[in-house]
Design a protein around this ligand. Structure first.
Ligand code: SF4
Ligand code: SF4
Length: 106
C-alpha cells in the first residue's frame, strides 16, 4: 500500500499550478470547476493558492487517511511528485510526518 493514502501532505503544502491546456474544458482531463486562473495560460487547483494550503480535491485528514477525489484526472504536478522524493520529504516534514525511504513505493 502506498504511504500516500495515509499522508496527503503534498496536497496540503504546495501551490499546484499547471497549464490551462490540462483543463477538461480545453480538451484535457482536470475538472476546470476545481481550479482558478493564475495568469496567462497558468491555472491552479483551488485551495493551493494561499495558506493554509489544502487542495480542494483532497478528502480526509492529512497524516491519517486521505483520497484525491480526482486521482485519475489530477494535473501533471501531482503525477510528477513521487513518493520518497525531496518534495515529498519536505511536505511530510512540514506536517510532522516521518520521512520515507528514498523513492519509496510501498
Ligand atoms: S507523495 Fe509523499 S507527501 Fe505526497 S502524499 Fe505521498 S507520501 Fe505524502
Ligand atoms: S489534485 Fe489530488 S493529488 Fe493533486 S494536490 Fe489535489 S488532492 Fe492532491
Amino acid at each position: 500500500m502506498s504511504h500516500c493514502q495515509t499522508c496527503g501532505a503534498c496536497c496540503a503544502s504546495y501551490r499546484v499550478e499547471f497549464a490551462v491546456y490540462e483543463l477538461d474544458e480545453l480538451g484535457g482531463h482536470v475538472p476546470a470547476a476545481l481550479t482558478e486562473p493564475v495568469k496567462g495560460v497558468t491555472c491552479r487547483m483551488q485551495g493551493t493558492g494561499s495558506v493554509p494550503i489544502r487542495c480542494v480535491a483532497l478528502a480526509g485528514t492529512v497524516g491519517q487517511q486521505v483520497d484525491c477525489n480526482i486521482y485519475a484526472q489530477r494535473p501533471r504536478p501531482c503525477m510528477e511528485l513521487s513518493e520518497g522524493s525531496y518534495a515529498c520529504h519536505k511536505a511530510r516534514a512540514r506536517h510532522g510526518l516521518p520521512t520515507l525511504p528514498e523513492n519509496a513505493t510501498a
